[in-house]
Design a protein around this ligand. Structure first.
Ligand SMILES: [Zn+2]
Length: 286
């Protein structure tokens, strides 16, 4: 049977409408396609060059080093997971910003990240969850399915080092529906934050994909991890004890507390326990 020309045109138009509508639905659902892109992404090797520092060195006593000006004793690189609970007696250093409690070093980078995302997308992000006490973590754990919330004492929220962020109307996995949410996932490494529970790394982190949970680890570590697709577990494992690594203006070394022989000439130094028995020393050399 011959279809009349006008019906053929109608069928073509209707097909196009359905096709565009379907494409629109898929594009809208960033929480569908963004993780697929993340899984398929080919990451370069981490930008860490093993190096032998040149020139003079000083063997520091831990207390003398941490008493120096331009030295921060942080918990930036503290590994917190089910195998590495928070150290006994850990008390987080906290400031409160807009009602959200976080480590003091996180505040300025968070404000910069939020403002830059807003400038680019017109959407402001907010904090849904910040520091949690052990009791608050216990309440969340009781309400969550397995693999969603960390055990008590094993949450970065208890460490005061993590924030759960959202865009208005787009929280949780739907954060990825918003351009602001995807942008946070793309650029947080430049602000000292990592997506701590990436897609495809659930077997390493022990936690399901959480594109909304940002963890502060500081510069330059966050950029190295995000650019090379490494989790904090993999990054710490990569740093061989007592070896030195260069990335940009920074020298990094994972050392025991009594092996702090540091090259001279640094302008700032951060020292953070990694919760595996070592400290990670980050020297800015310029
Ligand atoms: Zn979280």
């Amino acid at each position: 049977m011959k279809i009349k020309k006008r019906y053929r045109i109608l069928i073509v138009i209707l097909s196009l409408v359905v096709l565009f509508a379907a494409a629109g639905v898929v594009v809208y659902h960033g929480e569908w396609w963004y993780p697929i892109g993340q899984r398929l992404r080919a990451y370069p090797a981490p930008a860490l060059t093993p190096t032998e520092p040149q020139g003079s060195t000083t063997l520091w006593k831990f207390a003398d080093l941490t008493a120096q000006e331009n030295v921060t004793l942080s918990n930036n690189l503290l590994l917190v997971n089910s195998e590495h609970p928070l150290p006994e007696g850990y008390t987080p250093d906290l400031v409160e910003y807009n009602g959200a409690k976080m480590h003091p070093l996180m505040q300025e980078p968070y404000i910069s990240l939020r403002d830059d995302v807003q400038a680019a997308t017109g959407v402001r992000i907010y904090v849904a969850s910040d520091y949690r006490t052990a009791d608050e973590q216990a309440a969340i754990l009781a309400d969550s399915a397995e693999g969603i919330a960390a055990e008590i004492g094993c949450s970065e929220h208890e460490a005061g080092l993590a924030l759960d962020v959202y865009a208005p109307y787009f929280g949780g996995k739907n954060f990825l529906r918003s351009r602001a949410g995807r942008m946070v996932n793309e650029i947080c490494g430049d602000y000292g934050y990592i997506i701590r529970y990436p897609v495809g790394k659930e077997d390493i982190t022990g936690i399901d994909y959480e594109p909304w949970h940002i963890r502060y680890v500081g510069a330059p570590h966050a950029a190295v991890m995000m650019d090379s697709g490494l989790t904090l577990e993999e990054y710490i494992e990569l740093l061989q004890p007592n070896a030195w690594y260069r990335t940009g203006d920074y020298l990094i070394s994972r050392r025991a507390a009594d092996a702090l022989d540091l090259p001279d000439g640094w302008t700032s130094c951060d020292i953070s326990p990694d919760n595996t028995g070592y400290y990670i020393v980050t020297l800015k050399m310029n």
